[in-house]
Design a protein around this ligand. Structure first.
Ligand code: GLN
Length: 490
């Protein structure tokens, strides 16, 4: 078995059958990280205990214990998820010394199913960004072309997965942060239905939008990971009571007779030509497999980016108020605290601890929530969000799943959009509405640009209908022009 490209079940079966030890698997990937990550900068912190953790799995197996479906599968975890005794920075200076005393539910569930955590993956600061350039720990490079961004905010997860520095990764998605980097790096990224996966222990950005999900190499591995991390958690009041289907067992690439929706408002132009071509090919492929393409209207998607940037910044301004330098995290250097004014203390700590993009969002959000503007901005955004959700519910009466581009172009150059925040925000044009409506959405690798960059297709389904979404993705995966192509750094 070539460990580098092995699937989750291949690794888990080999580990359980003692054909290879979890320690050998972890060592293999640790070596890959050591030799390749200097080109990518995808890891912020390595887990020094990874090999010892793997050994524990091996000893449990030798005692005949059931170690779980992901026995010995090495994962990288985005910096947004708390990991017990392993530094968790959210890509920010303000959490540069933060070592959580507990695991996020996603992480504890992965560990319970046998996963070995190899380390923590780079991201945009507090998951705010589409290029990984806002990280305090430096930008991440795209393994397909290191002069380009890997996307964001889960850029470290996408790059590490594409280069196979680990077998699987976890990202978070508030407005596209799993799907857009997955598209840019040619991997599979799933944002589950809101409430499907517990947010407990995930550093809050915009609580009504945040979800964690798998960023892995195949649809099957994504389905398996989803089964492990999903399900009700009393520690998250928004976590759903719905039972978790065995998506991986029911996975089928048969889309015959399925109705696939295309949002007519998305087809207005302004897209890069390789992206248009890839999307067209995906529709032709689904049609040739027996699916019916239907045009649907979700006219409120026109307002998705402005609503998203009102809702997300408002929630962020509130969530990020906790970073005050008093209880944990970075504190500005004061020779003595005697006589220091509290506001000056906060101001200096937060001024030094947060980067420019985070400050921009806190200011925008605070403005939206301030008296006199609250109704005009925050309340209005909530109302339009409701209309958008209703339109989706109507649209899903006419189709089983919706396909669209993930973003407007393949990966752009590092530095290309940093000076223009609005252009950067427009990267989220196809992804944010899914979060606003709470729908599941994913990116599956499909096309390849003339310059040799991967391009994903976004598949969305109705609330809690992840199976349909995964099945459409499996169909696209089986016929993807990008199949068999590999990044330069691997
Ligand atoms: N790019 C979007 C933003 O900057 C999405 C971020 C995310 O999903 N975390 O807010």
């Amino acid at each position: 078995m070539d460990l580098t490209f092995a699937s989750f079940s291949e690794i888990a079966e080999a580990v359980k059958g003692k054909k290879v030890s979890a320690k050998e698997v972890a060592t293999h990937f640790q070596k890959r990280i050591q030799s390749l990550d200097s080109k990518l900068n995808s890891f912020v912190t390595l887990n020094d205990n990874a090999l010892a953790d793997a050994e524990k799995i091996d000893s449990r197996i030798s005692k005949g214990e059931d170690v779980g479906v992901l026995a010995g599968v090495p994962f990288g975890i985005k910096e947004m998820l708390c990991t017990k005794n392993l530094k968790t920075t959210a890509g920010s200076k303000i959490l540069s010394n933060f070592v959580p005393p507990y695991d996020a539910t996603v992480v504890s569930r992965l560990k319970k199913s046998g996963v070995v955590v190899m380390g923590k993956l780079n991201q945009d600061e507090f998951a705010m960004g589409s290029s990984n350039e806002s990280s305090f720990y430096g930008s991440v490079k795209n393994p397909w072309d290191t002069s380009r961004v890997p996307g964001g905010s889960s850029g470290g997860s996408a790059a590490a997965q594409a280069a196979r520095l680990v077998a699987g990764t976890i990202g978070t998605d508030t407005g596209g942060s799993i799907r857009q980097p997955a598209s840019f790096c040619g991997i599979v990224g799933v944002k589950p239905t809101y409430g499907r996966v517990s947010r407990y222990g995930i550093i809050a950005f915009a609580s009504s939008l945040d979800q964690a999900g798998p960023m892995v190499s195949t649809v099957k591995d994504a389905a398996l990971t989803m089964e492990v991390i999903s399900g009700h958690d009393p520690m998250d009041a928004t976590s759903s009571q719905k039972s978790v289907p065995t998506w991986s067992k029911n996975l089928s690439a048969d889309v015959k007779g399925m109705k696939i929706g295309v949002i007519k408002e998305y087809m207005k132009g302004g897209l890069d030509k390789d992206t248009v071509k890839t999307f067209q090919t995906s529709l032709d492929t689904l049609k040739s497999m027996g699916a019916e393409i239907v045009e649907i209207s979700v006219s409120m998607t026109e307002f998705a980016v402005p609503i998203y940037y009102l809702v997300a910044t408002s929630e962020a301004s509130s969530n990020l108020a906790r970073y005050d330098g008093i209880r944990y995290g970075y504190r500005a250097d004061f020779p003595s605290l005697a006589g220091v004014d509290l506001e000056d203390f906060y101001g200096k700590t937060r001024g030094e601890g947060f980067g420019a993009e985070v400050k921009r969002r806190i200011m925008l959000g605070t403005y939206c929530l301030s008296s006199g503007y609250y109704d005009a901005y925050y309340t209005k955004a909530g109302q339009v969000r409701r209309l958008l959700t209703d339109q989706y519910i109507q649209a899903f009466k006419q189709c089983d799943a919706i396909v669209s581009p993930v973003t407007t172009s393949p990966a752009f150059k590092i530095g290309e959009l940093v000076a223009d925040p609005l252009a950067m925000y427009l990267n989220d044009i196809f992804t944010t509405s899914t979060n606003l409506a709470g729908l599941p959405g994913m990116s599956v690798p499909f096309g390849i640009s003339e310059a040799g960059l991967p391009i994903g297709i976004q598949v969305t389904a109705s609330h809690f209908e992840e199976q349909r979404m995964l099945n459409v993705a499996a169909a696209l995966e089986s016929a993807a022009p990008v199949k068999g192509r590999k990044p330069h750094v691997i």
